[in-house]
Design a binder for this molecule. Structure first.
Ligand code: SF4
Length: 438
């Protein structure tokens, strides 16, 4: 006689950090013997992991919860928006439970209450690296939770609390097991990757009986020993970040630095409560390029922050022209409910913010197109992401998945996702490159 295996439908929204939370919950569910479904059909219960970072994300999360309630009915809400349980319950009063971000135990308790675990939890074998939502050949490696900064435009510390670093031994073990399972690229994420270990005074821990201190430099060096690409994301511009560049030059980790700078005017940065040594930033960038000429620099900026004057905005454009960053994201400032910046005087009218965003993107589009054009004719090692009948999509060290452009390889080739191949770049556009296998 077979009995029904309780099945959970799972909807995962939000940033890579939320994705890692989803993976942990899914791993726990599988460990306890629940089946997982990517649709409502056949599911006994639906979990929606939400994002509450900006108003658009809150809306998307509320829509996803509303849809799950309407189409299924038995819904548990978790993630960043879970902190605003009243708002969730006001929009969808029939949700079964609401829990906050990285509250694995609470989510599991709610699941147990509404859908008891099967009686033979180890009926289903769990891969040792857990359940991954990314394609098999790359994986996000979350090294800490929360953030101890208080940037005025951000409510992450309210949602996720102060920095809590995972012990380095545990992180290395997870990284090793991912690589053993076929992962070719590890994407190191946290709210503030460079602060790793500060909350625990860089406490030493062990990996294969080797003492390692819980700090980003040590972690990058240790990850660099694994046979996989290692890419660092969300690196706050602390001075000690400079020490990571020689590791990139020595090809221990990818020569790719995702370093959110947010602005270039000292006054705006101070108003944002961000590090404000902007002249030093240009010097640092040119020094990084001297040490590691192939480095790809990615950053994000905010235009239209309260009080930003035309000349401060121009200063930002000048910085862009001088820094010539490779990959840039930009947002028009949008007031997030609960953010300290909402109280600042001189909020910028929407049409000025939008006009500045457009001007910013136009300057960067030119830089990006020129930088990619300069890569035509170069030879690159690329990692294959997708193989189609007419083209293969790949990335080099210069492109992170999901957020940067990609490399198109036209024609049918005998390749698999996760293969590393050598290519020659043949053409470029504003975001993407075209290449041929060598
Ligand atoms: S460092 Fe990042 S996560 Fe932390 S408060 Fe600032 S913007 Fe938010």
């Amino acid at each position: 006689m077979t009995s029904h295996t309780p099945c959970i439908g799972f909807v995962s929204l939000g940033c890579p950090k939320a994705l890692v939370d989803s993976e942990r919950i899914l791993t726990q569910l599988r460990a306890e013997g629940y089946a997982i479904s990517a649709s409502y059909e056949g599911a006994d219960l639906v979990i929606v992991n939400t994002c509450g970072f900006i108003d658009a994300a809150i809306e998307e999360s509320l829509d996803a919860i509303g849809e799950a309630v309407e189409k299924h009915g038995r819904v548990i809400v978790t993630g960043c928006l879970g902190v605003k349980a009243d708002q969730v319950r006001a929009a969808c009063p029939t949700v079964l439970a609401v829990t906050g971000p990285h509250a694995y135990e609470e989510v599991m308790a709610a699941v147990h209450e509404h859908l008891p675990a099967p009686r033979h939890p180890f009926l289903h074998l769990l891969p040792p690296h857990g359940i991954k939502l990314t394609p098999r050949h790359y994986a996000y490696l979350k090294i800490s939770e929360g953030c101890s900064h208080r940037c005025r435009f951000c409510i992450i510390p309210d949602l996720r609390g102060d920095l809590v670093s995972r012990p380095i031994g545990e992180v290395m073990q997870e990284a090793e097991s991912l690589v053993d399972a076929g992962v070719r690229e590890l994407l190191v994420v946290a709210q503030d990757t460079a602060a790793y270990g500060m909350d625990i005074d860089y406490r030493p821990d062990f990996w294969h009986n080797r003492p390692l201190s819980t700090r980003i430099q040590t972690l990058a060096e240790a990850l660099g020993e694994l046979p996989a690409w290692v890419r660092l994301h969300y690196v706050y511009p602390y001075p000690h970040v400079d020490d990571l560049i020689p590791l990139m030059a020595r090809e221990k980790i990818l020569p790719y630095l995702d370093i959110p700078l947010q602005h270039a005017s000292r006054r705006v940065l101070q108003a944002m409560r961000r590090p404000a040594a902007t002249e030093r930033m240009l010097e640092r960038i040119s020094r990084w390029r001297e040490i590691c000429p192939g480095i790809t620099l990615r950053s994000t900026f905010i235009v239209g922050f309260p009080g930003e004057t035309e000349s401060e905005f121009e200063q930002l454009l000048d910085f862009l022209r001088e820094a010539r960053l490779d990959r840039v994201g930009c947002f028009a400032y949008s007031p997030v409910a609960g953010a300290a910046a909402n109280e600042l005087p001189d909020q910028i009218p929407e049409e000025i913010k939008e006009a500045r965003l457009e001007r910013f993107m136009a300057v960067q589009a030119g830089i990006s197109a020129e930088k990619l054009a300069a890569r035509v004719g170069s030879r690159l090692t690329v990692l294959v992401d997708e193989v189609g009948d007419e083209e293969t999509i790949a990335r080099s060290a210069g492109e992170a998945p999901e957020i940067d452009g990609c490399i198109h390889i036209e024609g049918a080739w005998d390749l698999e996702p996760g293969d590393f191949i050598e290519v020659e770049v043949t053409a470029s556009e504003e975001h993407d490159l075209w290449a041929q296998p060598l």
